[in-house]
Design a protein around this ligand. Structure first.
Ligand code: ATP
Ligand code: MG
Length: 569
């Protein structure tokens, strides 16, 4: 599963291979010691946690080496790209804590320059207009073991190429009838060098350039040149572009433009989810989730709504580091980083998810007292608040057993437990529904000498329960989440589609929850630790009448256990 465990254990101190390259470049005064990176998303979907790795890396390097990082939209495909995605990408990068200042660029801003570059190649005899169809180009491309076949249009006279290319731009030809191709080498062992297509005809409006263009540059033609135009010194991308580097270097040489250096690193893979905009879009469009920001989604907007903090994601990206080898990271590590962060900063509150009523028979009927509750034992500065206590309260259904097994340390008939911040109570009587036998209420008595939850005689109890005063409780909805997929790698199954492995129980909605009254003031995005239950975040669906909380993560840290085992090895 997780071949990264070892690497993570060894993190820290030593430089990763990208920083080694950069420091070497700085030492040798390459580019006058300048470090300039960019984050280049294609606006065809929302960003996911894999992009966060690239964002933290690119912006992080710029910060570390006193350089700059651009935000550049690779908007070369007008049919799949939308303003909604551009807006969401900007929101997400900002939320992660990074700033591109005024350097917001678009590959489409370079369309004219790219066109001139293409004319330059044609004039050098290194590009030609080809009349083969897309299918024919594919068929003549050859394979890894066989060379491709040269197009019969390859030796078109230069003037004819210039004329046809100009007329392509003027909209004289229908979609798909012609392309502009580089003239490199159809026998190259690298398929990317087999006369790649640079331009295709596409009569489609572009979100930014409108109807100005009906030919659009291919990604490979636009990407590297955009880096050069912006003077990007270190162009960092994922491993699948390693084979494209010789092509980009060929363009740089032939066009005599700024030599950005491409460096490839292994993309982030996480278990129990998929990290691909195309696949995430399918989940959204086919209704498997409630939208791009569904808290089960690995999209940045999804994990934000779930309650993740930007700090925890940056910490995660630091810890996984960068490598040259593909691997899958355990989602438990991401959750571990989140718990570490929330443990420090989340206010503790009490909420009962599955309420069971408890009547404290010897507590006065009309009495109510406010008890002090500490907000965060990890941070005294967060102070205390007051929680109301009264004769009728709710406890968690699972905190009571009529006939408990040996290791059950919570409430049972005749047993005494502590109510957090309140009193010791003892269970005297169990009330049941006569028809079903279900426990509907407990009758308890309390010890007034244990106010605050501490006994004066040093008498100990095994369990401490969270609770909420019935008369003061806020009726709320709590949404519990589990992995989106049932398989560690939903893409790696022998048969079927990744969507066959969607976890049918990935969301459970509890509507009868009882929250402590202080939560009435909570706003969407606020995060809390519900004592004994986990970390929760207020959902945007929340209303005054019915607060809605997302469970961000439970309290049990499986990563800490894994890490401990590894240390012992
Ligand atoms: P997807 O397959 O999800 O659409 P992509 O690579 O096509 O991803 P882009 O918008 O082209 O998406 O990516 C922008 C940047 O983010 C690129 O530099 C890309 O290398 C990087 N990136 C994308 N996915 C990951 C990932 N899983 N891990 C690290 N970096 C990633
Ligand atoms: Mg892509």
């Amino acid at each position: 599963m997780n071949d990264n465990h070892e690497d993570i254990g060894k993190e820290g101190g030593s430089l990763d291979f990208i920083r080694t390259i950069i420091e070497e470049d700085i030492r040798s005064s390459k580019n006058n010691g300048r470090v300039h990176t960019r984050f280049p998303p294609e606006p065809n979907g929302y960003l996911h946690i894999g992009h966060a790795k690239s964002i933290c890396l690119n912006f992080g390097l710029a910060q570390q080496y006193d350089g700059l990082c651009n935000l550049r939209f690779d908007d070369t495909n007008p049919t799949k790209e939308e303003q909604e995605y551009i807006d969401s990408i900007k929101r997400d990068v900002r939320w992660l804590g990074f700033d591109w200042e005024n350097r917001e660029y678009y590959a489409s801003d370079y369309f004219e320059q790219l066109y001139e570059f293409a004319v330059k190649l044609i004039k050098k005899g290194q590009a030609f207009v080809c009349d083969l169809t897309a299918d024919e180009i594919r068929e003549t491309r050859g394979t890894l073991t066989e060379p491709g076949r040269e197009s019969s249009f390859r030796d078109r006279p230069l003037e004819e190429n210039l004329d046809l290319f100009e007329r392509m731009r003027q909209g004289k030809f229908p979609d798909g009838t012609r392309t502009l191709r580089a003239k490199i080498n159809m026998a190259s062992g690298n398929l990317n060098l087999r006369d790649p297509v640079l331009y295709r005809i596409l009569h489609a409006a572009h979100p930014r350039t409108g109807d100005a263009w009906c030919i659009y540059p291919m990604y490979d033609w636009a990407h590297g040149q955009s880096d050069s135009i912006e003077g990007i010194t270190h162009s960092i991308c994922t491993l699948e572009f390693e084979d494209h580097r010789p092509l980009y270097d060929w363009f740089i040489r032939e066009l005599e433009i700024f030599p950005s250096r491409q460096i490839e690193f292994a993309r982030l893979n996480l278990n129990y989810t998929v990290l691909s905009k195309r696949r995430l879009l399918q989940l959204v469009n086919e209704g498997f989730v409630r939208g791009w920001d569904d808290p089960r989604m690995p999209s940045i907007s999804g994990i934000r709504r779930r309650g993740y903090t930007p700090e925890s994601i940056r910490d995660f990206c630091d810890r996984i580091g960068v490598a040259k080898r593909d691997s899958t990271v355990d989602i438990a590590l991401l959750e571990h980083c989140l718990r570490e962060d929330l443990n420090q900063r989340a206010q503790r509150v009490m909420t009962v998810l599955h309420p069971l009523k408890v009547v404290i028979t010897d507590y006065p009927t009309d009495k109510m007292e406010m008890l002090d509750a500490i907000n965060n034992p990890e941070d005294e500065g967060m102070g205390t608040r007051q929680v109301p206590f009264s004769r009728e309260i709710y406890i968690e259904r699972s905190d009571f057993m009529e006939d408990p097994p040996k290791k059950f340390f919570r409430l049972a008939p005749g047993r005494e437990v502590r109510l957090k911040h309140a009193y010791y109570i003892t269970c005297d009587e169990v009330i049941k529904d006569e028809a079903t036998g279900e426990v509907t209420e407990l009758r308890c008595t309390y010890d007034p000498k244990t106010r605050g939850g501490w006994s004066q005689d040093g008498r100990r109890v095994m369990g401490t329960l969270h609770w909420v005063s019935a008369a003061h409780a806020l009726d709320s909805e709590v949404r519990l989440y589990d992995h989106l997929f049932t398989k560690e790698n939903p893409l790696d199954q022998a048969e079927g589609d990744f969507k066959d492995y969607i976890n049918p129980d990935s969301m459970e909605i509890l509507s009868g929850c009882k929250a402590e009254p202080s939560l009435a003031e909570a706003k969407p995005g606020d995060r809390f630790q519900f004592l004994r239950l986990g970390y929760f975040c207020v959902d945007p669906d929340t209303t005054k009448a019915k607060p809605v909380f997302n469970r961000t993560v439970t309290l049990r840290d499986t990563w800490a256990k894994i890490a401990k085992k590894l240390q012992q090895k």
